[in-house]
Design a protein around this ligand. Structure first.
Ligand SMILES: *Cc1c(COP(=O)(O)O)cnc(C)c1O
Ligand SMILES: [Zn+2]
Length: 400
């Protein structure tokens, strides 16, 4: 097991605290010895259905794992939504069903376990909300200090409440996520805080379990396409890595087309993809109601673009109106409540079907990333208000 720069291929030990390449500054990835993993589908199926079912693929040596029983989230066959969008087979991987309500928990079980292996006394992150909610909970479980930097006034209420609830030191920054990330990266070095943003390659190792579970839940048949919201772009990169590793281990034979969706007000990766470029042009003032993906300089853009190109995938952006429309469709056709950022996968799929980019016969999985209760305010802002009446049957009858 080692760390390797995705750009210049320089290698680093996994015992060393290093987040980006010292030679070229690019992001690192964990390289596992997949050949040494001997595991059949049947072996896997005997174990409980959660992230640690796939523990041979996790870069953790010991047995003291910091876990809240993350993963094992539902994969719904969304028949009513499929009909509405006009595709034959559509599944929803509901990551809102994780312990703190987002996929970030998959990264944090591995990331915080690694922090303990490295003898870290404190962990920290910059966050658009869910990373801090998740890190706060796992740091509490592990019994270590937690510092979170948040763009002041731009965090959905539910997420902020979680970070406070679990006892993190919450610090608001007068600036956006990209600014907060730059600051915590500097602070992590100066004050010996183990950084758990998705620039940390161990976090992505946990998140790749989304791919393992999708395959497992589809009886080891690989979907044609997986649609994922993109913010800092760790998740889509992690999911692609998961599929590739399962193939390398002989557990599957094919790979899906990875399809990433951003909000139009924060879409540097989509723009780069459409120009066929390998590098993004950062956006200084990203803006969208989908606060979880309000990011102008995604650190994992190189990995995400690689995933999109390698998998013969696609990238698209959607407007805030399209996001709310998709959130409503999912909530009212399937009973699945998600926060705005999560609905981008649905909005993007709808758009790509209309454009003819996605074939109606494909078998598609949309990943929805976070729970609706994370951001209740958006519902009061963007949806119809409840009426208030006198307690009188005649009054009531007007509405029934
Ligand atoms: C973190 C997050 C994203 C973005 O994931 P990245 O790995 O940063 O691309 C999307 N949706 C929700 C709900 C999130 O919490
Ligand atoms: Zn490098």
């Amino acid at each position: 097991m080692k760390l390797r720069c995705v750009n210049c291929k320089r290698e680093y030990s996994t015992e060393e605290i290093v987040y980006t390449c010292k030679a070229c500054g690019s992001v690192l990835e964990v390289v596992l010895d997949i050949d040494s993993i001997e595991l059949s589908r049947e072996d896997l199926r005997k174990r409980p259905f959660n992230l640690w079912r796939y523990r041979e693929f996790m870069p953790i040596k010991g047995d003291s794992i910091v876990t809240l029983n993350e993963g094992g989230t539902p994969l719904y066959n969304a028949k009513r939504l499929a009909e509405e969008i006009g595709v034959k087979e559509l599944y929803i991987k509901n990551e809102g069903a994780n312990p703190t309500g987002s996929f970030k928990d998959r990264g944090m079980t591995v990331g915080v376990t690694k922090a303990l292996e490295l003898n870290a006394k404190a962990v920290g992150c910059a966050s658009t909300g869910n990373t801090s909610a998740s890190l706060a909970a796992y740091a509490a479980k592990a019994g270590i200090k937690c510092y979170v930097l948040l763009p002041a006034g731009k965090i959905a209420l539910g997420k902020l409440a979680q970070a406070i609830l679990h006892g993190a030191k919450v610090i608001g920054i007068k600036g956006n996520f990209d600014v907060a990330l730059k600051l915590i990266r500097e602070a992590s070095e100066r004050f010996n805080i183990y950084l758990l943003n998705s620039v940390n390659p161990f976090r992505l190792e946990g998140q790749k379990s989304e791919a393992f579970e999708i395959v497992d839940q589809l009886n080891f048949e690989v979907p044609d396409r997986v649609v994922v919201p993109m913010g800092n772009c760790g998740n889509i990169s992690a999911i692609w890595k998961g599929f590739k590793e399962f193939k390398e281990a002989g557990l599957i034979d094919e790979l899906p087309m990875m399809t990433g969706i951003q909000a139009s007000g924060a879409s540097p990766v989509v723009k780069a993809f459409k120009k066929g470029k390998k590098e993004i042009e950062p956006e200084e003032n990203p803006e969208t109601i989908a606060t979880a993906i309000r990011i102008g300089k995604p650190v994992n853009a190189p990995k995400a673009l690689k995933a999109l190109y390698e998998s013969n995938g696609y990238a698209e952006s959607v407007s805030d109106e399209e996001i709310i429309e998709a959130q409503k469709l999912l909530a009212r056709r399937e009973g699945i409540g998600v926060e705005p950022a999560s609905a981008t996968s649905i909005a993007g799929l709808k758009k790509l079907v209309e454009q003819g980019v996605v074939d109606k016969d494909e078998r598609i999985v949309c990943v929805v990333t976070g729970h609706a209760l994370k951001d209740p305010e958006i519902v009061f802002k963007a949806y119809e208000k409840p009426v208030e009446i006198e307690p009188d049957i005649k009054e009531l009858s007007k509405y029934l």
